[in-house]
Design a protein. Structure first.
Length: 338
């Protein structure tokens, strides 16, 4: 679901989401016919920030395919699928992505690591980039779905502890899927990286649904008993402060040296002065908000990489620091300097 992130008072994440939602929606409208990958709706918030908010139900693969088609059309895309990057090394001014046998999968002077939680393993060991400088965590989740037969049980989606989607229709779902489904999700398992679909997670979704719509929860449990549920379990990637990591990778040892220099002792290192690894960027840690944040963050990062002026108004420039992948390295360096 693409929807606003409602909080009592604005946070960096809610402000980023406020920028991301209209951007993602515009991309959907530009590239994917409504009904063939997304559909506009409203969502009733029942818990905190109660009210009805505009939203969209999205099959992310439809948007990703549209982006890939567009890039292929520009003849600007060479893809290597199912190729796991085991390490990234810098040789002769190029970043080389190596497979597990040390063979070069691809190389370029500029690299964006956008592998969610897998980004840590790819970057670990580069100039002090470790789990303390890049504190990202896996948060496994499972979505429960079932074919929709007859009328939906509610007029629109509702959210409290999870989101209940009473109906989603899509003319382009994979052939093995029913064209109408209802869904409830999702579970949160911090630290878990297992993507097995489990009945126990369906049951947890039923418990969350019980508070919102007891009749739908009964249907979920009936379908679970009859083995009629579909499930999707995957890994979110969350940073320690829940804000994405977007920008140039820091050179941690050089940053530590800089922090020891007079003038930087107590203050913050200006963004422009932060030592960076040449040509290495991160675009990761979207947590539960990838649909909302990916397009806007990627666009912002591309502008940075091209040396274009930031699209952010002055009042929002603090968000650049909030999502800077160097922010945790600064904290470590400052502590060591104290
Ligand atoms: C159950 C569930 C429900 C969700 N619901 C929503 C929702 O309603 N709305 C929303 O906005 N977001 C939702 N999310 C979150 C959303 O899916 C993520 O925020 C989004 O997928 C992040 O996009 P990404 O491209 O950064 O990472 P991913 O989509 O995780 O993609 C990372 C890719 O990197 C690849 N990779 C990893 N390591 C390597 C390596 N070493 N070499 C090569 N490739 C590698 C992986 O195979 C993967 O394809 C949900 C997530 C889950 C699990």
């Amino acid at each position: 679901m693409l929807s606003p992130h409602q909080t009592r008072s604005p946070t960096p994440l809610s402000r980023l989401c406020a920028l991301g939602v209209p951007d993602a929606r515009a991309e959907l409208e530009r590239l994917v016919p409504e009904g063939a990958g997304w559909t506009a709706t409203d969502v009733d918030n029942l818990g905190h920030a109660p009210g009805r908010w505009p939203a969209a139900l999205v099959r992310p693969a439809a948007l990703v395919e549209a982006w890939l088609d567009q890039t292929r059309g520009l003849q600007a895309l060479e893809s290597r699928w199912n190729a796991e990057v085991a390490a990234l090394v810098r040789r002769d001014g190029q970043w080389q992505a190596l497979d597990v046998h040390g063979e070069v999968l691809a190389q370029a002077p500029v690299v964006v690591v956008a592998a969610a939680f897998g980004s840590l393993a790819i970057l670990e060991g580069q100039h002090g980039l470790d789990a303390s400088a890049l504190p990202i965590r896996p948060v496994q989740g499972q979505l429960t779905m079932a074919p929709l037969v007859g009328e939906p049980l509610a007029p629109r989606p509702m959210r409290n502890n999870g989101v209940f989607v009473p109906a989603y229709e899509d003319s382009c779902l994979p052939p093995a899927w029913p064209s109408r489904v209802w869904a409830m999700g999702s579970t949160y398992e911090r630290g878990c990286q297992d993507t097995t679909v489990r009945n126990s997670a369906h049951e947890r979704n039923a418990d969350s649904l019980q508070q919102m719509h007891p009749l739908a929860a009964t249907e979920l449990r009936d379908r679970l008993a009859n083995g009629e549920l579909l499930g999707w379990a995957q890994i979110r990637c969350a940073s320690l402060d829940r804000v994405p990591m977007v920008g140039a990778a820091p050179d941690v040892p050089a940053l530590k040296v800089m922090m020891q220099e007079a003038g930087h002792r107590r203050g913050r290192v200006p963004l422009a002065d932060t030592p960076r690894l040449p040509g290495l960027y991160l675009l990761t840690a979207f947590g539960s908000r990838g649909l909302t944040l990916a397009q806007w963050c990627a666009d912002w990062l591309a502008a940075q990489m091209n040396g274009e002026p930031s699209s952010l108004p002055d009042s929002d420039r603090d968000l650049e620091r909030a999502m800077d992948p160097a922010r945790f390295a600064w904290k470590i360096a400052r502590r060591q300097d104290a």
